[in-house]
Write a protein that binds this ligand. Sequence first.
Ligand code: GLU
Length: 337
Amino acid sequence: MQFDELLQNGQTLRRRCVRGRYAPSPTGSLHLGNLRTALYAWLQVRMADGQLVLRMEDLDENRAVEGSAEEILDDLRWLGLDWDEGPDVGGPVGPYTQSERTEIYEQALDILRQQGLVFRCYCSRKDIREAASAPHGPGGVVYPGTCRGMSAEEEEKRKAEHPGRKPAHRFVVADEEVGVDDVIAGHYAENLARDVGDFVVRRRDQFFAYQLAVVVDDILMGITDVVRGVDLLTSTPRQIALFETLGVEAPRFWHAPLMVDDSGDRLSKRDGSDSLAQLREQGWDAPRVIGYLAATLGWVDEGACLSARELLEELDDDELHNPTSSHPAPGDEKGTG
Ligand code: GLU
């Protein structure tokens, strides 16, 4: 199907009801922080009588961990979270696994290219770091524009300097503020030219970049509300720029606080210490996990045990919009800070 038609389908769905999504990457077991965000996304949609899309973000084959996609779905089901569309149940705007959507991303990239907003870039990370003028923005080094506006002749030269190197594709940003009024995190804005620079939409290893894929999917899946961790707040202005370029209104964003461990570090999937499998082994059941996650957001008293459905009944709109972020570690009665 052509992009335009897919876009219209998405827009039609979007007008019907609230549509949220939970979009895990199958890079290991979900930890409690990931599960809390999943619970948040589920509650937001269910409170609005909307529909939840489960999207598997497996574009980066190098980071994929075998069996983790299935484990993620099992964990969510075990917690009592359900979804209306997803890789296992299908739906009107599938496929719901990103690695099966690359033709769609190709079409989106073509649209940006036709608008003259994409260029090939031969720079390595090291080249960019070393470019004398490269300043730093909130997300790291700002791309200094090395390959933007290259003539055919210059491109030949760049290619000859790096034989065999495939180019990345970058999106041309404007020198203007792009802001978001986040439901939870408040106002956040960046000047993309100053703070980020032209950003990658297709990587040198030819995988489509997260920034492009996520926007294309949110558009075509008719997403009205994005609930995700606040670590992605700094990606949002870039994504809004892509929404605008593709002619679609950006969804509402809800950037939820991240869960941190006792020493204040954010949880990572790497050590697996806060995985559901481990908690289950220690005898935790689903109501205890839900109660624990909800307590860390100030929604129920510490030690509460309740199902996701029961939490949904208890929670009101004001609480959903205003989580408090305390984070006692499981089993650590002192850590209520
Ligand atoms: N797949 C991303 C992750 O697991 C989330 C992307 C998003 O919610 O926009 O971190």
